[in-house]
Write a protein of this length. Sequence first.
Length: 245
Amino acid sequence: MALIDYDTRAAAAFAAGRHLDDDALRGWRERIAHYVRPTAETRLLDLGAGTGQWMSAFRRWYGLTPVGIEPSAAMRAMAPEPILGGDAERIPLPDGDVDAVWLSTVVHHLPDLPAAAAEIRRVLRPGGLVLIRSAFAGRPDGISLFTHFPEAATAMATRFPSALDVARGFGTAGFTALALEPVPQLTAPTLGHIVDTFDRAAHTPLMLIGDDEYARGLARLRAADPTQPVVDALDLLVLRAPDRR
């Protein structure tokens, strides 16, 4: 079971508060291209595709046709293009069907990393890559959210996997970790852009803390300088599948 239930309310909050434009995601475009070297023929799976933000970006950036899989019907309903139902342990694709797999802020929702890794390896061609964009336990420093909600960083430390946890989980299916690096993004041009419309339901770590802790964090957020840009650095973990089945 995922850490939170992406019902219609949570899906709407995610779509409204977490979608970023191409300029904000320039760093991600460059790092993905560095590892995958995508072309129009690349078969890229967006696993846990949510409301389709990354699928649309991949189509614009690289001219490819991605395939998306998302377990939440509410999230799929808000996507601008079709997304298949399924999850990391039940991927509705044939063996060796994709060249690379992308997981963005998804891995902490996977209850059984070895099972997910085995299923991902099944649909991935030999030697293919898995790219995981995430906030990992033990690495909160690049995420501005935790400046205002330090209790959420504490919750993340115990409820999210570390990068080593993920690498070990995927290692049971033969994956090798190639890289772990922070990638910067412009989450908002100023803090003032997000304060008035800030929604707890859009951020999993905030759903893991108590109401009083959230209220204190929200007060800190509203008291901060509204002119400061919001720059974050989530991590990119890159893993390679074995060259043979």
